[in-house]
Design a protein. Structure first.
Length: 302
């Protein structure tokens, strides 16, 4: 893992360079053919590594995914496991977490990668070494201007070739929960950046307060401007089933966490999938009797 320090001068990265955008439609022939008939050996878009999400969810270049959920319902934890999955597939990930210090993020991730709560020092050494060239973290805690976030992303993409960005969370980048124009401007810039640079952006977001914790929220419950969910390509909701955690659910086999896909612009699937949170490893398991998986930490692509 490499830290991107906050004392770098990001001013040179404030503006997106203008590119020649008006092109004849026929220029896109080769790409259209490849979309219908992917060439032999073409790599599939990166995805989460659960079997049950296979063929349903992918993190395609050029898209923005919104990850929404109630406070404390596991958005960051879910993303952390997905970041390891992405690195396993050869993706270069930049975490811009304004809510959690890098050391806390690495602690969670190491636990998930080791599949238990006390990774030995030898494993921590190997895990940290494995993340070199795969994981970068922007060292900034607390609120930040969204224009600066864009500059940091431009810098990191040009310097390190980042392919997957994780921003945790939108509300730390825009002052005031009711500043809908700033929220729209930021999300609009993110969508343009993802498309221009052919990268994927994961944007963590909150659900409106006052929601009933026992009901799975939907995209209309997302905080702030309604246009946010219109603009992004994918909307995922992470929900913790507290009744099931307490053993109060009607179905004793009910999952303790749900992933809901409420929008997928370029994918065929929308729906809900159940997971079981395993506290020691902090992994989300796909079966009630599942076992956490220790990551191999090899450098081979999947
Ligand atoms: N399904 C679950 N069952 C039990 N515990 C969970 C579950 N999901 C997350 N947790 C626990 O809840 C805590 C909060 O998780 P996390 O930080 O990922 O939430 P969050 O949605 O990102 O929160 P916030 O909105 O405050 O940033 C973690 O300590 C984690 O161990």
């Amino acid at each position: 893992m490499q830290l991107i320090k906050d004392d770098i001068d990001f001013n040179a990265y404030r503006e997106e360079p203008e590119t020649h955008k008006v092109r004849p439609a026929s220029d896109f022939l080769a790409e259209t053919i490849a979309a219908f008939y992917p060439p032999a050996g073409a790599s599939l878009p990166p995805r989460p590594l659960w079997d049950k999400t296979n063929g349903k969810i992918a993190f395609r270049p050029g898209e923005v995914s919104l990850w929404a959920g109630i406070n404390g319902h596991g958005k960051s934890m879910f993303m952390s496991q997905i970041e390891i999955d992405l690195m396993t597939q050869g993706e270069k990930v930049l975490s811009l977490s304004f809510e959690m210090l890098p050391v806390r993020q690495m602690q969670r991730m190491a636990r998930q990668a080791y599949a238990n709560d006390q990774p030995p020092i030898d494993f921590l050494n190997r895990f940290h070494a494995w993340t070199t060239g795969k994981l970068w973290m922007y060292d900034h805690n607390g609120s930040i201007k969204w224009e600066k976030v864009m500059a940091v992303m431009r810098y990191a993409q040009e310097k390190f070739g980042i392919t997957q960005f994780v921003i945790d969370s939108l509300m730390k980048c825009v002052k005031g929960e009711t500043d809908y124009d700033a929220q729209k401007d930021f999300v609009n810039e993110l969508c343009a950046f993802a498309q221009a640079r052919k990268v994927h952006i994961h944007l963590v977001h909150h659900i409106r307060k006052g929601e009933d914790e026992d009901r799975i929220p939907g995209k209309f419950d997302a905080k702030g401007a309604g246009a946010i969910t219109d603009m992004v390509d994918n909307v995922f909701i992470v929900w913790r089933n507290k009744k099931a955690e307490r053993g109060d659910a009607k179905d004793p086999k009910a999952p303790t966490a749900m992933l809901r896909c409420d929008k997928q612009r370029n994918g065929e699937w929308e729906g809900m999938l159940g997971f079981w949170f395993h506290p020691e490893s902090m992994q989300y398991l796909e079966r009630i009797d599942g076992m956490p998986m220790r990551y191999e930490l090899s450098n081979a692509r999947h």
